[in-house]
Design a protein around this ligand. Structure first.
Ligand SMILES: Cc1cc2nc3c(=O)[nH]c(=O)nc-3n(C[C@H](O)[C@H](O)[C@H](O)COP(=O)(O)O)c2cc1C
Length: 340
């Protein structure tokens, strides 16, 4: 059945830009749960648990192919679910069931009740196969309608996985809680270039107006250029419910920490988000780093008064390019923040 599913939804998976990783619980050979601690603690001592944890952690969603045993899910599936905690959270799960009169639907109902305890999100679309109709002489040949249902499950799975991404990211141990409820800071990567491009195009319009020039790099960069610098600068983005609210980037050069592209969406300005992002960037200064350096337009009065208020001094009055360079000594406090 698993092979039938992979073959049936394979082309659609490629169209959706998703990756399907087939996995068989029988090959995983998980013994009955043999960890001391509750899985929610995430303290794993056994190699098989660590392996299973890494596999589940790497996935954004699941399709379970399951039979029905005594009107419920098989013990192997329940055991595999019970092994882990955080790794399942906020990931969609779809089901392809098979069985006799019930087509395995009772197994799915049973599993749905259990998976919600793990904060897995069960899908509405399912595929339910009657063994008598789907298997012919040992060969799995489900009716055409089943193939259409399987593609529907996959479509729903990918959409739900995308929609739930902010829920997964907010709880990730590498991500820091932001200044607004439900917001979080995470490192931006080249695949975030489209959101970054949109944010900087809208943020730097004010800079262009204040300085009466369109010669502002953030307004001109192509998607490719943004993708490129996202690979070299350390850039942090503040997210809330899938929306990029603000960003800042840093780059270490000798004793200096260069800070740039500090921007906040127009509707959330004046709430201290820019200040919070700037301080978060400054806190990344490592030992040996003595100054933070940033630039703004010579006529960007609001930016200049904000940076001066944050302890920056203008070290150039604005050259022919109309850009002012500002610096600030890295304090012990920032270094200790960076270490903590
Ligand atoms: C212990 C056990 C209990 C079963 N209970 C059910 C059941 O409640 N409903 C059903 O439709 N089929 C039931 N079956 C039949 C299975 O659906 C069928 O044997 C199926 O091919 C098992 O899939 P598997 O070989 O991948 O485990 C049961 C089979 C076993 C071994």
């Amino acid at each position: 059945m698993g092979r039938w599913l992979v073959e049936t939804v394979g082309p659609r998976t490629a169209q959706l830009g998703a990756e399907l990783v087939p996995l068989s619980l029988s090959e995983l050979s998980l013994p009955f749960l043999d960890e001391e601690d509750h899985p929610s603690a995430g303290v794993y001592t056994q190699e098989h648990t660590k392996r299973w944890s890494a596999l589940v952690d790497a996935a954004d969603g699941f399709v379970v192919v399951t039979p029905e045993y005594n009107h419920g899910m098989p013990a192997t599936l329940k055991n595999a679910l019970d092994y882990l905690g955080r790794e399942w959270a906020w990931k969609p799960i779809g089901f392809v069931s098979y069985g006799n009169t019930s087509s395995g639907t009772r197994s799915v109902q049973h599993a749905k009740q259990v998976v919600t305890a793990l904060r897995l999100v069960p899908l509405g679309s399912t595929v339910a196969l009657r063994i008598g109709e789907a298997v012919d002489g040992g060969r799995v040949l489900p009716p055409a309608a089943a193939a259409e249902s399987a593609v529907r499950v996959l479509d729903e799975l990918v959409r739900a996985a995308n929609a739930l991404r902010p829920m997964r990211e907010i709880g990730h141990p590498d991500h820091r809680a932001g200044p607004l409820p439900g917001s979080y800071l995470r490192r931006l990567a080249p695949q975030d270039s489209a959101e970054v491009l949109a944010l900087q195009r809208c943020c730097w319009v004010d800079e262009a107006l204040a300085n009466d020039t369109l010669a502002v790099p953030a307004l001109h960069e192509s998607l490719e250029q943004v993708r490129e610098w996202l690979g070299t600068w350390t850039t942090s983005g503040l997210w809330q419910d899938g929306r990029l609210l603000g960003m800042v980037r840093t780059l270490r050069a000798d004793d200096d920490l260069h800070v740039g592209r500090l921007g906040v969406v127009p509707d959330l300005r004046g709430r201290g988000i820019g200040r919070w992002l700037l301080r978060a960037a400054e806190a990344t200064a490592e030992p040996g780093c003595v100054r933070t350096v940033l630039h703004t337009g010579a006529r960007s009065r609001r930016n200049l008064s904000f940076y001066h208020g944050e302890g920056y001094r203008s070290t150039s009055a604005g050259g022919a390019d109309g850009v002012v360079r500002l610096t600030k000594d890295v304090t012990r406090q920032e270094l200790s923040n960076a270490r903590n």
